[in-house]
Design a protein around this ligand. Structure first.
Ligand code: AKG
Ligand code: FE2
Length: 262
């Protein structure tokens, strides 16, 4: 079911599905995002559903809210997106909001999750940059700590690989090895070695440039390539929903786990 949507030029496995949701569904989801759940970071806003992971990357068992299940998570079943993960369904969603000029520095999502991330883009298009991981890079540098806590997920945009005393190779994040254009209402799925071997990030720019079939890995899969024929994408406010399957789930009460961040 996913095979026709595979991004052919990239290592396995990325899948891109344009128009995964309709414009009406997009509007309905945007209206449901609770305004009182945002964590404000330096250059981004973030909320976690059903809750933020504990310091041991454990999720307190709770259902996702209906507006995240329907229609998106239900539609995942048709495509078998999470059919191979331990819970065979997403149990956690991070909602990120980027205004024009905002991004997220190169990182990997880490061991708290199964190796499947499904990202629905809302509101505006953006370019996801992919970087090869280097042996010299340490886990602490690149992994999101307890999965999604604001303090470890915080950043201010593209990498500024300025020093070498952290073991970070200068070339690591200066040039992406591939770029994926994410249109509003699209779904991007990252699995397997694409999840474990690569870093991903979004440059803090007002305009994405140099967009064409050579530079954009999923160009042939785009829903509306004509929108980017002039080689640019003016960023607008984009909200992403990143669906994941958290490996460790606990039914134990909040107090015992030492949760209580939100
Ligand atoms: O907004 C995106 O598409 C990427 C977000 C991301 O990488 C993350 O939340 O870990
Ligand atoms: Fe990420």
């Amino acid at each position: 079911m996913l095979a026709p949507h595979q991004v052919a030029s990239l290592p396995p496995s990325f899948y891109y599905i344009p128009n995964f949701i309709t414009a009406e569904e997009e509007t309905a989801i945007l209206e449901k995002i609770p305004p009182n759940r945002w964590h404000t970071l330096h250059h981004r806003r973030l909320q976690a559903h059903p809750s933020t992971l504990s310091t041991t990357s454990t999720l307190l068992a709770a259902p996702l809210p209906p507006w995240l299940l329907n229609p998106v998570a239900k539609r995942f079943e048709e495509y078998g997106v999470f059919s191979e993960t331990p819970h065979q369904a997403p149990n956690h969603v991070l909602v990120n909001e980027y205004r024009a000029g905002e991004g997220i520095m190169p990182h990997e999502d880490g061991g708290a999750y199964a190796e499947v991330v499904a990202t629905v883009s809302l509101g505006a298009a953006t370019v996801l940059d992919l970087y090869k991981k280097r042996e010299t890079r340490t886990r602490e540098e690149t992994q999101l700590g307890a999965g999604d806590t604001p303090s470890t997920h915080d950043d201010d945009g593209p990498a500024a690989p300025s020093n070498s005393d952290t073991g970070r190779d200068r070339d690591d994040t200066s040039t992406p090895f591939a770029r994926i254009l994410q249109e509003p209402r699209s779904l991007l799925i990252t699995t397997g070695s694409a999840y474990t071997e690569l870093l991903h990030g979004i440059a803090s720019v007002e305009t994405d440039t140099d967009l064409n079939e050579e530079t954009i890995a999923n160009w042939s899969l785009l829903g509306e390539p004509v929108r980017f024929m002039n080689g640019t994408n003016e960023r607008g406010t984009r909200i992403s929903l990143t669906y994941r399957d958290v490996l460790k789930v606990s039914k134990v009460g909040t107090r015992i786990l030492g949760l209580g961040r939100r």
